[in-house]
Design a protein around this ligand. Structure first.
Ligand SMILES: C[S@@+](CC[C@H](N)C(=O)[O-])C[C@H]1O[C@@H](n2cnc3c(N)ncnc32)[C@H](O)[C@@H]1O
Length: 278
């Protein structure tokens, strides 16, 4: 069954701590780039509270992913960060290797960590933010008797360091600047590697809509969650006209409304969720 672009994706403007709109064991891939903080002021950080928040979201991802399906996390460790020093809950000035704690949360829930890549965002140095991020790849365990050590093995998945510059900012036509996007090429590589046409991709922290936009280009179904309703315009624009953003220019498999013939012949199977409304 051929679906229109609009039928391929859906977004819920609510917290991904509860993804009850998605059935259990429905999705083939989730790509999560968590926010820097879960505090309402967006400025302060309480690590333990943050990790409990991540636990709630990852728990939901474990539920909605199929056995053997993949969770990719993309996150940047934190140096002492001016942004957090303005608040009451002061960041303590030490390096927080956040990727390590995220891995522990995922493994405690039962995910298997099977690979990791480094995304180099820029070769410049930034005093406040690291210019590289960790891409960590987890699998939901299968319960079909396959030995644990064999469940995680990945096919060849490119080099270990991905230099993808000019990928983090998006400015929409209303001049809203979003700084924390992932490079679309990360979404493309992961979607190509871990899914087939018609599979469901989940984006629990939709942000500017990168994962939804790339999934739609590649004719995958996608479901996003985002708490910031002000991003709605940017998300729609990313999905409808990704070519307007420089970060998408390098994507070889661009599948805009004017050029998506190569993918539209793929069979799209219905399972798990209802899509169709935005
Ligand atoms: C690092 S950004 C994600 C960037 C996104 N991958 C992209 O490429 O644009 C994190 C996003 O998570 C959103 N967010 C924060 N708390 C959330 C929650 N509980 N549920 C869903 N989204 C949340 C933030 O508003 C922010 O847009």
């Amino acid at each position: 069954m051929k679906r229109s672009r609009e039928e391929l994706w859906k977004i819920h403007y609510q917290s991904s701590e509860n993804m009850s709109a998605i059935e259990s064991d429905a999705a083939q891939l989730a790509i999560a780039s968590p926010p820097f903080t879960n505090q309402l002021d967006g400025k302060t950080l309480d690590k333990q509270d943050y990790l409990r928040f991540i636990d709630r979201v990852f728990r939901e991802l474990l539920r909605v992913l199929k056995p053997g399906a993949v969770l990719v996390t993309v996150n940047t460790d934190l140096r002492d960060h001016a942004r957090y020093n303005r608040g009451d809950k002061r960041f303590d000035g030490l390096l927080w290797q956040k990727h390590s704690d995220l891995r522990a949360v995922a493994e405690d829930l039962g995910f298997l960590c099977v690979d990791s890549k480094i995304w180099v965002k820029s070769l410049n140095r930034n005093l406040y933010r690291y210019t590289f991020a960790y891409i960590q790849i987890f699998r939901k365990q299968r319960s079909n008797g396959i030995p644990l050590w064999r469940q995680g093995i990945l096919r060849e998945f490119g080099p270990d360091v991905w230099l993808l510059e000019r990928g983090t900012t998006r400015r929409d036509q209303q001049q809203v600047l979003f700084r924390d996007a992932i490079h679309p090429e990360i979404a493309r590589r992961c979607i190509d590697q871990f899914t087939s046409a018609g599979d469901i991709v989940v984006s629990p922290f939709a942000g500017s809509g990168t994962v939804l936009a790339v999934a739609t280009m590649l004719r995958r179904r996608s479901i996003g969650y985002e708490t910031n309703k002000k991003l709605k315009y940017l998300i729609n624009q990313s999905i409808d006209t990704p070519e307007k953003f420089v970060a998408y220019a390098s994507l070889p498999n661009r599948d805009t409304s004017r050029n998506h013939k190569a993918h539209t012949n793929s069979a799209i199977h219905v399972s798990g969720v209802r899509l169709g409304t935005k």
